[in-house]
Each structure stands twice: as structure tokens, then as C-alpha cells.
Design a protein around this ligand. Structure first.
Ligand SMILES: Nc1nc2c(ncn2[C@@H]2O[C@H](COP(=O)(O)OP(=O)(O)OP(=O)(O)O)[C@@H](O)[C@H]2O)c(=O)[nH]1
Ligand SMILES: [Zn+2]
Length: 204
């Protein structure tokens, strides 16, 4: 999936967006602080590369997530059972350390008269992932958006991820996996629906 590059003006949530030159200067400062020489050949273009990479990794701030879900389809022969898109790969960045956490998302809903284009579910996962997140907030934001915009009978979201801030630094536990879930509507009220979701997600 191609990344949407953030366009100016962007709501930063913290007032005026700094200029690109300011962002690059900040990277050069971090390099010097880490003990590297930003003037040496291999690092000369690094501040510009990092700014460009940030534009891609945090492009989700510029995405109108509701607009991703405006197109729906009603001609599905009365289909009203679970729609589950599973194993959606995602990479996000933890808001505490700004390092990646990555894994897979499983997103399901119970339609109420209309269905979404399947790719739009993965686009929603991408849009929220490309922001600074906790896994809990990311899971909840995906579920809330689907419920609010599509108004289905229920939404279930499960995310499994490895947090690099826990594996490459800090407590250094490689391979630990964090699982988060959010259930709305029928998936929250009806244990049997939740179990059906679990069974479909764990099917090999
Ligand atoms: N709940 C939650 N915690 C997260 C997530 N990503 C990272 N963290 C945790 O955020 C916490 C931040 O803890 P702090 O004590 O403020 O920071 P720290 O000194 O760098 O902590 P350590 O990682 O234990 O070295 C850590 O326990 C991380 O594991 C997330 O998505 N959800
Ligand atoms: Zn972290």
C-alpha cells in the first residue's frame, strides 16, 4: 500500500507546524547529541532523509479517516453475517519512545444493511497506525470509527504486536507479543458472537 505523504497545512495538535528546515535542524541536533558528526559524508543527508521518513511514518495525521469510509455497498444479496479481515500487517510507533511496534490486526463487523470495500478496513488500520500511538488507543480508535461511520450491529478489533521499545531496549524481551481487543455492539453484548470472532481469527 502506498503511503500518503503529509501535505501542508497539517494539524499538529500543538499549534503552528515547524518548517522542514527546523525539523532537519532538530535531527542534526540529535545526531550531535548522540555523539555522531552530522557533517561527515554518510550523515550529511540524514536529517533530510529522516524528515522524509517522518512524513511517511506519520502521514496518518493528514488522513481524514471518516472520508475513507464514505463509500458503502448495499447490493450484497441480504448478507448480514460477520465480515472479518484478518492478518492486516501494520507498523505504528509508540508514543512513549517513538520506536516501532508492529504486528497484525484482525477487524470484523456485523453489517446492518451495507458493507464496506474490504481495502478500506486496511486503510483505516494504516491511517491510525501512522500516528504516535499506544496499542490500546490504536485498537479503540479503529473500532470507534467503524462503529460511528458505518453503524453496523457490532465491531470487533484484535491487534497483536511486538513493541521494539520492549525488545531492542529497556527490559529487552524479544518476541513478547501484546494482544489488545475492542468489542462494540453485539460483539460486546453477546459472548457467542465474540467466540465466533475468536474462532475465525484463530483458524489456521
Ligand atoms: N500501555 C502501553 N504501554 C506502552 C505501549 N508502548 C510502550 N509502552 C510502555 O510505556 C512505558 C513507558 O514507561 P516509562 O517508565 O515512562 O518509560 P521508560 O523508563 O523508558 O520505561 P522502560 O521501557 O521500562 O525502560 C513502558 O513500560 C513501555 O513498555 C503501548 O502501546 N501501550
Ligand atoms: Zn515505547
Amino acid at each position: 500500500m502506498t503511503a500518503t505523504v503529509a501535505t501542508y497545512p497539517l494539524k499538529t495538535g500543538a499549534g503552528e507546524r515547524p518548517s522542514r528546515a527546523e525539523a532537519e535542524a532538530a535531527v542534526a541536533t540529535l545526531l550531535r547529541w548522540a555523539g555522531a558528526d552530522p557533517a561527515r559524508e554518510g550523515l550529511r543527508d540524514t536529517p533530510a532523509r529522516v524528515a522524509k521518513a517522518y512524513e511517511e511514518m506519520f502521514s496518518g495525521y493528514a488522513t481524514d479517516t471518516e472520508a475513507l469510509l464514505t463509500r458503502t455497498f448495499e447490493e450484497v444479496a441480504g448478507y448480514d453475517d460477520i465480515v472479518l479481515v484478518k492478518d492486516i500487517e501494520f507498523t505504528s510507533h509508540c508514543e512513549h519512545h517513538m520506536v516501532p511496534f508492529l504486528g497484525r490486526a484482525h477487524v470484523a463487523y456485523l453489517p446492518a444493511g451495507r458493507v464496506l470495500g474490504l481495502s478500506k478496513i486496511a486503510r483505516v488500520v494504516d491511517a491510525f497506525s501512522r500516528r504516535l500511538q499506544t496499542q490500546e488507543a490504536l485498537t479503540q480508535e479503529i473500532a470507534n470509527l467503524l462503529q460511528r461511520v458505518l453503524a453496523p450491529r457490532g465491531v470487533a478489533v484484535m491487534m497483536e504486536a511486538e513493541h521494539l521499545c520492549m525488545s531492542m531496549r529497556g527490559v529487552r524481551k524479544r518476541g513478547a507479543s501484546t494482544v489488545t481487543t475492542s468489542y462494540l455492539g453485539l460483539f460486546r453484548e453477546d459472548r457467542a458472537e465474540r467466540e465466533r470472532f475468536h474462532a475465525l481469527v484463530s483458524r489456521p
